[in-house]
Design a protein around this ligand. Structure first.
Ligand SMILES: [Zn+2]
Length: 109
């Protein structure tokens, strides 16, 4: 198949086509067509490591934790999974398609 020259994803890091899909940092499902490279420690807090995530999982993390909390948990996802909201989300999203997305509403607090 001819490669389209106007590939909108050309600027993103290319995964080897034969490689296994990388698992999402939060829910552990394989990532879909869209991989979000998330900073477990926010960039504004000096975080440099990135982890692959579904965009819906990243939205969930952002909606449930403040930057300070994310900085405290760092790359240890188990701390985030102790949050009942996140736990519920991961159990719910487990059966969804890897490319499933939805709008995650941020709770007012
Ligand atoms: Zn995920």
């Amino acid at each position: 198949m001819a490669r389209r020259s106007k590939d909108p994803y050309d600027h993103l890091p290319q995964e080897d086509a034969a490689a296994e899909p990388v698992p999402c940092w939060l829910c552990g499902r394989p990532t879909g067509k869209t991989i979000v490279w998330h900073h477990p420690v926010p960039k504004s807090r000096g975080g440099r490591d990135v982890v692959p995530m579904h965009s819906i999982c990243q939205q969930t993390v952002i909606a449930n934790f403040t930057n300070s909390e994310l900085q405290r948990h760092g790359t240890e996802v188990s701390g985030l999974l102790d949050n009942p909201n996140v736990r519920k989300f991961v159990d719910w999203v487990a059966k969804k398609d890897p490319d499933f997305t939805a709008t995650v509403t941020k709770k007012q607090r």
